[in-house]
Ligand binder design. Sequence first.
Ligand SMILES: *Cc1c(COP(=O)(O)O)cnc(C)c1O
Length: 462
Amino acid sequence: MKYISTRGQAPELTFADAMLTGLARDGGLYVPADIPRMTAEDIAALAGLSYEETAFRVMRPFIGDTFSDAEFRACIDRAYAGFGHAARAPLVQLNEGHFLLELFHGPTLAFKDFAMQLIGQLFQTELARRGERVTIVGATSGDTGSAAIDAFQGLDNVDVFILFPHGRVSEVQRRQMTTPQAANVHALAVDGDFDDCQARLKDMFNDFAFRDEVRLAGVNSINWARVLAQVVYYFTSAVSLGAPHRKVSFSVPTGNFGDVFAGFIARAMGLPIDRLVVATNQNDILHRCLSGQGYHKGQTIPSISPSMDIQVSSNFERALFHAYGGDGRAVAQLMDELKAGGFEVSQGALEALRGIYASGRVSEEETATAIAHWLRASGELLCPHSAIGVKVGEDLRDPGVPMITLATAHPAKFPAAVAAATGVEPPLPPRMADLYDRPERVTRIANDLATLETHVREKRAK
Ligand SMILES: *Cc1c(COP(=O)(O)O)cnc(C)c1O
């Protein structure tokens, strides 16, 4: 299994190297050169298996010979052992035809734990074998950072630095990043917004001298291994509703397009997915783009669904690569235009995208209304992100095809917004009830490349 860059100018890599590298050296993202297929029999055989066994079967063809079967199984088992639900990703019914896939039972209460806990184990296994150490730098709008810090804290072969926008993450998100005391994890509050954090992260990766000096590795949602881990729950949930014999659609609260792109991979592997619904908040660049208005950056407006507050959606580049028929030069050209503000999508590529993805935008008011409505109608207390997914999924639902909305975070991760909408204060699960009492450790830092690089150089273990 070979991995190629969406911009066509970087060396082909194995799974292990694509995982350890993150961003390709030509600025592109790694994608598999070919997408392995599962037959209808392979998919039918997943019925009744554990989450872990399904994960093994779905991901195995992408791993090549990076890990032995036994090593890979052990990583999967360790990754999901700390989840607070035996099913890992339980499916609950909201109404006739609409289901909620609860992806918030991991250690930091958001779906990002699915990918991050696994990638922590895979990094540790591969780096220990190589006798190497890396520096992981990540940018977060809140949930990636807490998931990464939880997954990597105390591991021997990594230092982790997480950039988050100062004052723009929820208190629970911040505390999940600032309260772990392991010496190898560092939370950095950047004076800027999430797009600034993401831009500085890209700048560090494009500074090749720095990148090589500190052995920079990325675990942001651009990391292929993260996308891959997210493919699994599309299979478990679709199979439990009757795939491969019955089609399903998914509605995905979307920011960086990693989660919904994992759905694209599942579909390309042969899972009968009718529609992938891209649900956005008022930061709706993806909805505008899929509606034929081109891809043009605006200002990020803070919302009650902060994990989706972005303008540049990094994994969308992977979707474009497929929509442009694997033409890396065309993608590189679009990304150059994006630096100057935006680009138009060709008619052919737009049709390709619209054959797979539908989209909708939800305002702040509609988000709050949806949280209150679904609590009354179904008893489910939704986080604002999940509520956006449910609203668009319900609006675009075809009565003949079950809709599965991905519930991306636990309501207790966003208590202020949930309480404002419903009057109900969602409690933290008992295992993290003392979060508000733990001491915090954080560095406030300027939105400046040189300052950040100096900090990383000085604080990482030598
Ligand atoms: C990260 C995140 C999203 C967006 O996921 P992408 O893969 O970036 O599109 C949605 N909801 C929550 C709660 C998140 O943490």
